[in-house]
Design a protein around this ligand. Structure first.
Ligand code: 13P
Ligand code: SF4
Length: 370
């Protein structure tokens, strides 16, 4: 059968050519198609500058339905971190912490991985899946912790400790991973460190708070890179203490990226998955949560009868959202799936070097039953 848009286009461009279909309806469609293409080309040119495809979406479109259709059409999987906005968590095929997401990225059979998280997470998925398309709704979704550790300077730091092994927290760039011996996350950092001989010198990068916490609980003396997460360093000790007084039955749970004075008063410390599991297994009815506020969505869904209070930050703003994580929106997620961009790409030599320490982490986690 003749393609009606093609036929209409032909008769528009070459009026002397006779085509059986030539109505105003098809002219309209033809112009819409042309203007859509122009919009796409213009938006593509702006990706480098703004990080995402800036294309208008029909407000009547049901994005939940459209995303479900695109998943099937493209054999795509949506992996989302707990810090993503609730709508994104609700369309995800898998929601998890950094370890869970890396494990899921390693085992997926989808052709397209849509990563609703930050750049280093999508990069990890690409490192593990060079032949798959890895999409990130907003390429500017970075990470202050990852940015605090530039590879050329870290390389010099590492050279000062030539006999040390480098354990890097997954929240770092591919360039840092390529300079590391083992990657860890907050779910497995303790066990990975403990698996090394006591006399083995270790450099831990880039998070000084997680590193100091692991030093404390393992009795090690790892050399720490001086990096930190802007979200986990913002909590107010005074405000949290006042909250604890007002809610004496509430348990304070904290991510190990928080500073030591917050961790010292916490009832439980763990990765986002460990915090979530703790709120499910404990009989306590209320929790003060010292990590990014996105996790509260899953906590509320898993324990609807319990109360979750986001730990207050040290500034006038009442939120503790990660500005990088929250750059991703449902609209940007839909657009990246529809047009297959922005895509995360890596230089092959960096990818190969960065894969080795990630594989080591995945193998060790498997052996440890994590
Ligand atoms: P986890 O997901 O490993 O708990 O890490 C939290 C975090 O800050 C991710 O950016
Ligand atoms: Fe990075 Fe912190 Fe945001 Fe996680 S919460 S992505 S560590 S800035």
């Amino acid at each position: 059968m003749q393609n009606p848009y093609f036929a209409t286009g032909i008769s528009f461009l070459f009026p002397q050519v006779h085509t059986p279909i030539n109505s105003s309806f098809f002219f309209k469609k033809f112009f819409i198609l042309i203007s859509m293409n122009v919009d796409l080309r213009t938006a593509e040119k702006k990706i480098e500058e703004i990080g995402f495809l800036d294309i208008e979406i029909d407000p009547a479109l049901d994005l939940f339905e459209e995303i479900a259709k695109l998943k099937k059409e493209k054999n795509a999987v949506v992996l989302a971190h707990y810090y993503q906005e609730p709508d994104i968590q609700d369309v995800a095929d898998y929601i998890g912490d950094s370890l869970g997401l890396a494990q899921e990225a390693a085992r997926t059979e989808a052709d397209v991985i849509v990563f609703a998280g930050v750049h280093f997470m999508a990069e990890t998925a690409k490192i593990l899946n060079p032949d798959k398309k890895v999409l990130l709704p907003d390429l500017k979704a970075g990470c202050s912790l990852s940015d605090s550790c530039p590879p050329p300077i870290f390389k010099q730091f590492r050279e000062k400790h030539p006999d040390h092994l480098v354990i890097s927290y997954v929240n770092c760039s591919a360039g840092i991973k390529a300079l590391s011996d083992i990657i860890c996350t907050s779910s497995n950092a303790r066990q990975i460190v403990e698996s090394l001989p006591l006399d083995q010198g270790i450099i831990f990068a880039p998070d000084k708070n997680l590193g100091a916490y692991i030093n404390k609980i393992t009795g090690r003396n790892m050399v720490l890179w001086n990096g930190a997460c802007m979200v986990h360093e913002i909590f107010s000790f005074e405000k949290i203490t006042r909250l604890k007084v007002r809610h004496p039955d509430a348990k304070l749970i904290a991510h190990p990226e928080c500073e030591d004075h917050i961790l010292k008063i916490a009832d439980f410390i763990g990765s986002t998955t460990q915090l979530l599991k703790y709120t499910q297994s404990e009989n306590t009815q209320s929790f003060i949560v010292a990590t990014e506020a996105g996790i509260l969505h899953q906590m509320q869904q898993k324990s609807p009868g319990k109360t979750f209070i986001a730990a207050p930050p040290d500034n006038a703003c009442a939120c503790n959202d990660c500005p990088h994580m929250k750059l991703n929106t449902l609209e940007k997620l839909y657009l990246c799936m529809k047009y297959d961009q922005p895509e995360v790409l890596l230089e092959e030599d960096v990818r190969i070097a960065a894969k080795r320490p990630i594989d080591r982490m995945l193998e060790m986690s498997k052996q440890l039953g994590l």
